[in-house]
Design a binder for this molecule. Structure first.
Ligand code: MN
Ligand code: MN
Length: 309
């Protein structure tokens, strides 16, 4: 089972301006064939379906699957941040052609405004719904690990392309973080394959891009974020048996397997958007939810260990 922490893995700075086009580009990183929903589900299934005694490799999958859940959360919140402020407030009347949601007709994904309440969707940048058919789990450890490496490398390639499409601060922060974490995961699977007899020599990483010209990426790499992998569990893990020593790539890095979770960042709380009827709470409804929330903070919940009387 999984526990959750009410934080994001990286801080999202406020976006420079509302940007539905950048939001739509990021949808590929969320619900695309090589996006975060796919990595999350692929590693979860490979972990749950794992057979045999090689438990360190299963631990490794579990850690990365758990990290990917946080990436799904990070990229969804970034899309929401980019959509925030794109529409205009609800007018008191609709004469004088006041159309609070007219932006939807000029946006690449009308569903951001029409189906969702100005927020992310489990779809790719062309609007295709996320598909379970993306998930690869053959049951074969070598094949799965090869495919996982290809998945991380393709994800990184697409994120480097995304980096080139917009310099909106919120967008750049998340894309840069994911470029660096994709590289770290490329290394995890490359290292796992080395323990299974592979020698990479000069083939990796993919893409071979000089990231020293990407200031946000460079800053994250100066913290060694591209050579670190957390276990994302409080229990003992075999991750460090595989992920240790020098980087499998020709970049001189030293790998670090770290117990537990990385430091988190706050999740943005976006205001009500009455023009989208989201959250749709006003007057009496707002009062009722406030009453409930007051109860939550003064009431007490039964702890897991306590017994029913
Ligand atoms: Mn990811
Ligand atoms: Mn990954």
């Amino acid at each position: 089972m999984f526990s959750s922490i009410n934080q994001l893995p990286n801080r999202i700075p406020p976006s420079d301006k509302p940007d539905p086009k950048a939001a739509q580009a990021l949808q590929e990183g969320l619900g695309g064939q090589f996006g975060e929903m796919r990595t999350m589900m692929q590693y979860l299934f490979q972990n749950m379906n794992f057979r045999g005694e090689a438990k360190a490799y299963q631990d490794l999958l579990r850690s990365i699957a758990t990290e990917e859940m946080g990436h799904v959360e990070l990229i969804s919140n970034t899309i929401n941040m980019l959509l925030e402020g794109a529409s205009t407030p609800m007018p008191s009347d609709f004469s004088n052609s006041q159309l609070p949601l007219s932006v939807a007709l000029d946006s690449p994904n009308i569903h951001h405004f029409l189906v969702a309440g100005q927020s992310s969707r489990p779809v790719d940048a062309a609007g295709n719904p996320w598909s379970a058919t993306y998930v690869y789990d053959s049951g074969n450890l070598v094949l799965n690990t090869l495919y996982n490496l290809m998945l991380e490398a393709t994800g990184r390639l697409q994120k480097c392309r995304l980096y080139e499409m917009s310099n909106n601060k919120a967008y750049r922060a998340t894309v840069s973080y994911l470029i660096v974490r994709d590289l770290a995961h490329e290394k995890v699977f490359a290292k796992a394959l080395e323990t299974l007899g592979v020698n990479w020599n000069k083939a990796l990483p993919v893409p071979k891009i000089d990231t020293s010209g990407m200031p946000e990426v460079k800053e994250l790499e100066s913290r060694n974020l591209h050579n670190q992998q957390w276990t994302f569990t409080a229990e003992s893990s075999g991750l460090s048996k595989i992920f240790n020593g020098s980087s499998p790539f020709d970049d001189g890095g030293e790998l670090e397997a770290i117990d537990g979770i990385p430091p988190g960042a706050p999740i943005p709380n976006l205001p009500d958007a009455p023009q989208e009827f989201a959250s749709g709470l006003d007057g009496e409804l707002k009062r009722l939810t406030q009453q409930v929330q007051k109860m939550e903070t003064t009431g007490s919940s039964r702890t897991a260990a306590s017994k029913k009387k």
